[in-house]
Design a binder for this molecule. Structure first.
Ligand SMILES: *Cc1c(COP(=O)(O)O)cnc(C)c1O
Length: 451
């Protein structure tokens, strides 16, 4: 990987035990001001961040393998983004595109049409969050088809609003006691090669889904099928080859809108602009957020012109959707992704991480599987000798990594997956150091397990 220029030293340095005194003081203030329902994976408060490091309020410099949940792809303080944001804020921070429109919104829509898979005519709408994008993709699909049912999958994560909670699979912490949920949502079995019966291919997994839809729902009542090409919160589950193309083909021949939720996988994360490209699928609608705008809150749906334009004027929108500062940030972030060839960097990160993690997995009996694509890599932890999920060792690894100055996130339906989603601008040395830290921790915990 070429050398990038950074503002902060790209090094792991610990000045205090973590969390340090200032972070602890903020935790005390937070307890009496911020609702308990908002969790934080890491009890360390940010003061600065650049490239692959996050500096906390106690002056500790941590390696960031989480990127604010796969958001800070171009870095948390990308200079081009910072400049675009301040220039736009100096002119107008808001007018509301539904009141007085502006060029930045159109430029983002043009960029999305060019970047997303497929050469068909496309239209886009901009929003503030991934959940809002998903909600609107479903709204469009229902209106355009005149149908109600929506098919989603085991292990899916689509957000925390009422409709997206219904689409999300996991009860704790996302859904438990927050119902009732939106109706007409049907959950189908996902292709999960590590946990499926041995040898179950993508085609067979898709036929299982199609048969259940036809028997239990009826194809002609299904408005949309929504799926993450690689599942994020559910455990970085990469479906068997052929699963997604077979679903797309079935959707197309049955008038069902195929929605790819690329909120986490999009914008160079997996080594392509979108994960859909890997199996050459062309979604009817694609939802985007997270990596899109250098950390600013922006989300989008891009889809077939005939679907999006079916909606009556005024049927889609929102006060802040496509905020001009967020649009300026997105245009700068996309330009940086191109200039720095972040899809290429994501592939290099993936190769380096996979090589290291697979070598480790061959020597310890607690890693059930190493999987992922590009800069979206994961290890699934199991009790030695089987496939029983081990959330305890997973938590212990994340906690020890933090103590040593490496931020890693967990995920998975069973809470037994460590995911690595660093900023795509992380340097090779720093990435290697984070992997060294994880390697040592995992070997020591695995050894203890066995003893
Ligand atoms: C994070 C995520 C969402 C929700 O995005 P928010 O911006 O948190 O609302 C939806 N879908 C996927 C795949 C995600 O990873």
């Amino acid at each position: 990987m070429d050398a990038l220029r950074y503002r902060l030293p790209q090094e792991r340095t610990l000045r205090t035990p973590l969390p340090g005194p200032r972070s602890q003081a903020l935790t005390a203030r937070r307890r009496v001001a911020v609702a308990a329902g908002v969790g934080s994976s890491v009890p360390v408060y940010a003061a600065d961040a650049d490239g692959g490091v996050l500096v906390d309020v106690d002056g500790n410099s941590l390696i960031d393998m989480g990127a604010g949940i796969a958001v800070n792809s171009v870095g948390a303080s990308n200079p081009a983004v910072a400049q675009a944001v301040s220039e736009q804020a100096a002119h107008f921070a808001h007018t509301c595109f539904m009141v007085t429109p502006y060029e930045g919104y159109i430029e983002v829509a043009e960029a999305l049409a060019a970047l997303t898979p497929g050469t068909h005519d496309k239209r886009s709408v901009l929003f503030n969050s991934g959940a809002e994008a998903v909600e609107n993709a479903v709204k469009v699909a229902r209106l355009a088809t005149g149908r109600n049912a929506v098919v989603c999958f085991d292990h899916a994560y689509h957000g925390r609003t009422n409709l997206t909670m219904a689409l999300t699979a996991k009860a704790m912490p996302y859904k438990a006691n927050f119902g009732p949920f939106a109706p007409e949502i049907y959950r189908m079995p996902m292709s999960y090669p590590f946990r499926d019966e041995a040898g179950l291919g993508g085609g067979e997994s898709a036929r299982r889904v199609i048969s259940q839809i036809e028997k239990q729902i009826g194809a002609d009542t299904v408005a949309a099928m929504i799926i993450e090409p690689i599942q994020g919160e559910g455990g970085f589950i990469v479906p068997a080859a052929g699963f997604l193309p077979a679903l797309v083909e079935w959707a197309r021949s049955n008038g069902v809108v195929f929605i790819a939720d690329e909120v986490q996988t999009g914008f160079a994360r997996t080594g392509a602009w979108f994960a859909s490209e890997d199996e050459a699928i062309v979604p009817d609608i694609i939802t985007m957020a997270k990596g899109i705008a250098g950390g600013l809150p922006l989300a989008a749906i891009t889809g077939r012109a005939e679907l999006l334009d079916a909606v009556h004027p005024g049927g889609l929108g929102g006060t802040y959707g496509g905020n001009p500062i967020a649009c300026a940030a997105a245009l700068a972030a996309i330009e940086s992704m191109r200039q720095l060839d972040l899809p290429g960097r994501a592939r290099q990160i993936g190769e380096l991480a996979q090589r290291r993690l697979r070598a480790l997995a061959a020597e310890v009996d607690v890693i059930g599987e190493v999987r992922g694509r590009g800069a979206m890599q994961a290890m699934e932890f199991v009790r030695p000798g089987g496939v029983e999920p081990d959330p305890d060792i997973t938590k212990a690894i994340a906690a020890q990594a933090l103590e040593q100055g490496v931020i890693v996130l967990t995920c998975g339906t069973y809470g037994n997956v460590i995911r690595l989603v660093p900023p795509l601008v992380i340097g090779e040395e720093l990435l290697g150091e984070a992997l060294d830290v994880l390697d040592t921790i995992i070997r020591s915990l695995a050894g203890r397990n066995r003893g």
